[in-house]
Design a protein around this ligand. Structure first.
Ligand SMILES: Nc1ncnc2c1ncn2[C@@H]1O[C@H](COP(=O)(O)OP(=O)(O)OP(=O)(O)O)[C@@H](O)[C@H]1O
Ligand SMILES: [Mg+2]
Length: 483
């Protein structure tokens, strides 16, 4: 992974990094608050040896003797014998082992000084133990170093500095713990983000879409929360980025097959909830905005949504015509959107695939092709049922939808294989629900300057009325040709 990939992964997964860091800092704060504070008091002992005489060499050998003793003394200070003597002296309610564990002794190299530190939950007790222990050690050394013949002791220890009351605990160290939590959280967050990125095999860029499908990106529809409550965009007074995205798709449809632009288009995707119905509706509306006559067909007989999304009657429709219950003209419904007619799915039949694959269905699509400039067909998920592949064989082409960051590479590949099995290649791909901000939108802009450059350029041309009229004429001519 190069630096750009690294920063992109972090930008995409910033939530993981932030959450992990916050959790780690909170854990550090909680640990700090729950840790019993410990106080430390220290004393300093001075060791002198009475070995040697008055000459310089004797003094030198005396100092050397004291330095050698210092090492043994540090062992005695942290031993359980001295601990027990201190407990007896202070009348403490603890074991010698526990007290010894609270004591540390350190001697600086080439000195005759010993620092004794006592750490305890009570600052008073830490101070008292440090002083009592040091006093007891002075006595202990006197006893140990006094020869049996009663001659003066070979070495003696003096408490050079007595312990005082500690004002602040030495542990927990709040700033250090929080800094540690922050550092560990950040590292862990970045690690998790990179791991998640590595394991994520969803489709998120145009290159992957092209690599899998072999066809170009026709458009990228940004995520727009408003579509959840109002799937249809009011194109007449909407210049939002999502409306522009659909206008771009409209333009690019003209360029997919210049000699014979597709007019009967199935909108398909691998899985449910990838935005097929919403996209189909808005492609139809974008075409209607350019004054094309458009019929939107609900080819998803298992989970029909167009009637609800467009607020039209759903009790009669495609299945009613196919079962001979009504004629096509009787079930076509005008919508509140100028230029857009809808053929809802009708009641769900027991055998949707059979009905969709019938000659009657082909006839209906043929009639719609003759009546309208464009027939946009919403469909069921390609990986779930065969309905969409059957519809695809009667259409001019399929627009294959991939939901940004959700559709997996294998799912898209399988959907394409399903289409190829019936001899259909997608016309192009559409990304849905791309992030409105951040990397997805960046990628989207990038498409405009990558091999999808024409996609962006063509959309600029699209807004001119004269061009719309010209295109309309071109489609009408085409329709007459096909009739
Ligand atoms: N561009 C978008 N921005 C935000 N939400 C969207 C967008 N497109 C679709 N949605 C929402 O995603 C959900 C699924 O959309 P939709 O019904 O169009 O998907 P679908 O592929 O047709 O699903 P199904 O396979 O179940 O028919 C809906 O709640 C819809 O409002
Ligand atoms: Mg749908």
């Amino acid at each position: 992974m190069n630096f750009r990939g690294f920063t992109k992964a972090l930008r995409t997964r910033w939530l993981i990094v932030c959450t992990t860091t916050i959790v780690a800092v909170l854990a550090a704060v909680a640990t700090t608050l729950l840790t019993t504070p410990l106080y430390q008091s220290t004393t300093r002992l001075f060791v002198s040896s009475s070995a040697g005489g008055k000459s310089l060499a004797d003094k030198y050998s005396g100092t050397l003797d004291s330095q050698q003793r210092v090492l043994s003394y540090t062992e005695l200070i942290t031993g359980e014998t001295l601990a027990q003597r201190t407990i007896d002296k202070l009348n403490l309610d603890m074991t010698a082992q526990d007290l010894a564990a609270e004591v540390t002794a350190s001697a600086k190299l080439d000195t005759v000084l010993i620092d004794v530190a006592v750490t305890d939950r009570s600052p008073v007790r830490a101070r008292d133990i440090a002083n009592a222990l040091s006093d007891e050690f002075v006595n202990m050394v006197r006893e140990l170093e006094t020869p049996e013949d009663g001659s003066p002791p070979a070495a003696r220890v003096v408490v050079e500095q007595r312990a005082s009351l500690a004002e602040f605990p030495i542990s927990p160290n709040k700033p250090r713990n929080i800094a540690l939590g922050l550092a560990i959280g950040l590292l862990l967050g970045v690690g998790l983000a990179l791991l998640r990125n590595y394991l994520d095999n969803s489709v998120k860029d145009q290159e992957t879409l092209f690599e899998l499908s072999g066809v170009g990106l026709v458009g990228a529809v940004p995520l727009d929360k408003e579509r959840r409550t109002r799937p249809a965009i009011s194109f007449d007074h909407d210049s939002s980025s999502i409306a522009e995205a659909f206008r771009r798709i409209r333009t690019n449809l003209q360029f997919l097959a210049v000699d014979n632009p597709p007019r009967v288009i199935v909108v398909a995707s691998s899985l449910p909830s990838e935005g097929k119905s919403t996209t189909a509706i808005n492609i139809a509306l974008a075409l209607a905005e350019a004054e094309h006559s458009v019929v939107l067909v609900d080819g998803d007989m298992r989970r029909p949504m167009l009637d609800k999304y467009l607020n039209v009657v759903g009790t009669v429709g495609f299945s009613t015509v196919l079962s001979g219950g009504a004629s096509l003209s009787e079930v076509l419904q005008k919508t509140t959107f100028p230029g857009l007619t809808v053929l809802t799915s009708g009641p769900t039949p027991p055998n949707p695939s059979e009905l969709i694959g019938s000659l009657a269905a082909q006839k209906v699509l043929g009639e719609l092709r003759a009546q309208f400039d464009y027939v946009i067909v919403d469909s069921s998920p390609l990986l779930a049922v065969t309905d969409a592949t059957i519809l695809a064989t009667s259409a001019d082409g399929v627009l294959l939808i991939a939901r940004y960051g959700q559709t997996k590479r294998e799912q898209l590949s399988q959907a394409i294989r399903n289409l190829k099995d019936v001899g259909v290649s997608p016309l192009g791909t559409v990304f849905t629900m791309t992030p409105a901000r951040g990397d997805g939108s960046y990628s989207y802009n990038y498409y405009g300057y990558g091999y999808g450059r024409d996609v962006a350029q063509q959309s600029d041309v699209d807004t001119s009325d004269s061009q719309q009229g010209g295109r309309r004429r071109a489609v009408s001519k085409n329709r007459q040709k096909s009739n």
